[in-house]
Design a protein around this ligand. Structure first.
Ligand SMILES: [Zn+2]
Length: 90
């Protein structure tokens, strides 16, 4: 079964001008929350890593402790989040 994340909400919670990186708080349709790290590379946003917050069991493997499942759908989460966040202009 392929898990398809649906991003309900995404907002920048932290930004670092020094290395043009942003920390994005993402809430998924199934109420799982993630922290997505994105970076501005040559004027283009790229996902660098994602962490699942342990507010609910993992929607993929159902574990309620640390797992790496979200790494597999980082691109999908990123693509959906980009439309929702407002990147501060430098
Ligand atoms: Zn998992």
């Amino acid at each position: 079964m392929i898990y398809r994340p649906v991003v309900k909400d995404a907002k920048i919670v932290k930004s670092s001008k020094a290395n043009d990186s942003f920390e994005v708080a993402v809430t998924l349709q199934d109420s799982a929350k993630c922290k997505l790290f994105v970076q501005l590379v040559n004027g283009e946003l790229k996902p660098s890593s994602i962490n699942r917050l342990q507010n609910v069991p993992c929607p993929i493997c159902r574990k309620d402790y640390y797992c790496n499942c979200m790494e597999r759908c980082i691109d999908e989460v990123f693509e959906q989040s980009v439309g929702l966040i407002q990147v501060p202009t430098v």
